[in-house]
Design a protein around this ligand. Structure first.
Ligand code: SF4
Length: 326
């Protein structure tokens, strides 16, 4: 299929089927750019349907870049609480401060300046350039990647490497409506070319789709190995309060309040009390109750009955609930 016919079909489908997502409704160019910046940070690692209520709340409390650059860490974390991967929120705030200082409050519209911002990688930079600035980029997110792999029937390990997919995506071509085009491709992946049971009969590019021709929609999985880790988690309890500390030690849940923990090697005596999964890390946790309170730097005592009043990661809340029930 010629590239311009392909893009016309995709855009026609998009105009008639796009979802009404909150970051697609804006009143000015500046607001659009801010909405795209915030939503793209939130959408790193998180699905659209999870992001929607967080985005609405975030925008209500922090409606523009200037407010974001000055927001207190406490308020910022409260807005992000439950969304996970908290380093994104910290990077987003730093990014807004740099934009205010270095770019006079205008989100950069070129790849190099965007990439220099905290938390902005190749993907986020291309997504911002395409969606917010209508530049001819096709950001290869999981959805577009799936459409591309199925459309061209890319199955071999050598064909689905990132750099190879980056080259192959030129099959989609470009068009004047770059912003809509990038979103349209994402939307086809999300709504039509679903991971299981793609809805090919509703797909605007079915005619030339190789997977449809072969009636084989199976995708080759990339090997992202899970790793198992073992931890001793220390519980210090005073009245009905637990001690938590700011995590400066582990790379996960960085700078958030967690129970004091140490990583250990698994021995035969290691009987776990609970499990938790963060990204591709399977955590086996053994709980140790301790009486003699140690003086930890950056520690807090949290009241189990007022759990919702604290800015805590889901991980810590899960531990508190476990302790209450056991
Ligand atoms: S025809 Fe089916 S497999 Fe091919 S791109 Fe469309 S939805 Fe995906």
């Amino acid at each position: 299929m010629k590239k311009d016919i392909l893009s016309k079909k995709i855009l026609y489908w998009y105009d008639n089927n796009k979802r009404n997502l909150p970051w697609r409704t804006h009143h000015s160019k500046k607001q659009k750019q801010y909405f795209i910046l915030v939503s793209e940070f939130m959408l790193q690692q998180t699905q659209v349907k999870t992001v929607i209520p967080y985005f609405k709340n975030f925008i209500r409390i922090i409606p523009n870049l200037k407010k974001l650059s000055k927001v207190s860490d406490k308020k910022l974390m409260k807005c992000w609480q439950g969304l996970g991967y908290y380093s994104r929120a910290r990077s987003l705030k730093k990014t807004s401060q740099i934009i205010i200082k270095k770019h006079k409050g205008d989100i950069p519209n070129n790849f190099d300046d965007l990439k220099a911002l905290p938390g902005v990688g190749n993907y986020t930079a291309s997504a911002i350039l395409a969606i917010a600035f209508n530049q001819p980029y096709i950001p290869l997110d999981g959805n577009i990647e799936r459409v591309l792999k199925r459309y061209l029937y890319l199955k071999k390990e050598s064909e689905i490497k990132k750099d190879k997919l980056d080259q192959k995506k030129s099959i989609f071509g470009t068009c004047k409506r770059s912003s809509d085009y990038a979103q349209a491709l994402m939307e086809i992946g999300a709504l039509i070319c679903k991971p299981t049971k793609p809805l090919c009969n509703q797909c605007p590019i079915q005619k030339k789709c190789m997977s449809f021709k072969k009636q084989d929609f199976e995708l080759t999985k990339k090997n992202k190995k899970n790793i198992n880790k073992y931890f001793i988690l220390k519980v210090y309890k005073r009245d009905k309060r637990y001690l938590v500390i700011k995590n400066t030690k582990f790379n996960f849940l960085k700078n958030l309040n967690i129970f004091p923990m140490e990583e250990v090697t698994k021995t035969k005596k290691f009987n776990e009390n609970l499990n938790f999964k963060i990204s591709n890390m399977n955590m086996s946790i053994k709980i140790k109750y301790l009486k003699n309170y140690k003086d930890f730097p950056f520690s807090n005592w949290i009241d189990q009955k007022k759990l919702d009043n604290y800015i805590l990661p889901t991980f810590t809340k899960k531990i508190v609930r476990y302790l209450q029930n056991n």
